[in-house]
Design a protein around this ligand. Structure first.
Ligand SMILES: C[S@@+](CC[C@H](N)C(=O)[O-])C[C@H]1O[C@@H](n2cnc3c(N)ncnc32)[C@H](O)[C@@H]1O
Length: 265
């Protein structure tokens, strides 16, 4: 298996993650760098939030954007109609490109879904020319992401999530402190730099939080849809309780940090 990600609906993805990846994209590009005339690779492009920011950040020559999820690629193709951008189905652990095809490779919020994440890093290195840059971000979430712990902690307390399901959420590849730095060095990348970027997951109210989960998006939605109706109702009630925290329904804001790492081929 080359991914633990569950893509079901591009519209639900917009709600679930894209609004956060839109915040993260410009900060990640600032960290990784970009220059006019470059050939860029966007690995795990999803619905194209980073692709859009890459286009806006420099007068690039081309962007190849790959993802495993055709429904996301289709939405990205509709949203970004630029002759310099080519969207393609592809696996991060077996990139469909020749050696040294790119000046810079980016992977935003992808590697923590790739069980063999080190293979994905070595693939990014393979397809970038000597002197080019390989950069990625993953959530800094050893033990779980703040906004999603509401969900998984409630599921664990209700006794409806197996250890395997919980482990997949709480312990993901590349999320340990310095794990990215070590993987970049092990892949032979030079001048490796690791940093942190903090953004905020902000919700209007509980429905805003629950909508993509009810739509079956990502691991949370997949898990929720796998439950019997009465279990799903119990989980929703428990998560709502935690979200409300004794206060009326309304906005909540979860500061969330990503690791960012880059190195030179
Ligand atoms: C959280 S989304 C991030 C998408 C986009 N980079 C963004 O930040 O909006 C994770 C993406 O990684 C893709 N993905 C997961 N494993 C992959 C793999 N092995 N190869 C290519 N794409 C993968 C998923 O399909 C999904 O689109």
């Amino acid at each position: 298996m080359s991914s633990t990600y569950n893509a079901r609906s591009a519209a639900a993805y917009e709600h679930f993650m894209r609004r956060w990846s839109r915040q993260l994209s410009p900060r990640f590009v600032e960290f990784a760098g970009i220059s006019d005339g470059e050939c860029i690779l966007d690995v795990g492009c999803g619905t194209g939030s980073l692709t859009r920011v890459l286009l806006d950040s420099a007068d690039v020559k081309s962007i190849a954007a790959v993802d495993l999820a055709d429904i996301y690629l289709e939405s990205a193709r509709q949203a970004i109609r630029d002759p310099r951008v080519g969207f393609k189905t592809g696996d991060a652990t077996s990139l469909p490109f020749a050696d040294k095809s790119f000046d810079r490779a980016f992977a935003m919020l992808v590697l923590h879904f790739v069980p063999d994440a080190k293979k994905a890093v070595s693939e990014m290195r393979r397809v970038v020319r000597s002197g080019g840059v390989v950069a990625a971000t993953v959530w800094d979430c050893l033990g779980g992401m703040p906004a999603q712990r509401l969900f998984w902690d409630a599921a664990a307390t209700l006794g409806i999530a197996s250890d395997n399901v919980l482990r997949d959420f709480y312990f993901r590849p590349m999320t340990r402190p310095n794990e990215m730095r070590a993987a970049w060095s092990e892949a032979g990348l030079k001048s490796v730099e690791q940093s942190s970027i903090t953004i905020r997951f902000e919700y209007e109210n509980f429905s805003d939080y629950w909508f993509p989960i009810a739509a079956g998006e990502a691991a949370l939605g997949k898990f929720a849809l796998s439950l019997a109706p009465e279990q799903r109702a119990a989980l929703e009630a428990a998560v709502r309780n935690v979200y409300l925290g004794g206060e009326p329904d309304g906005p909540r804001s979860f500061a969330t940090t990503a690791w960012a790492c880059k190195g030179i081929v």
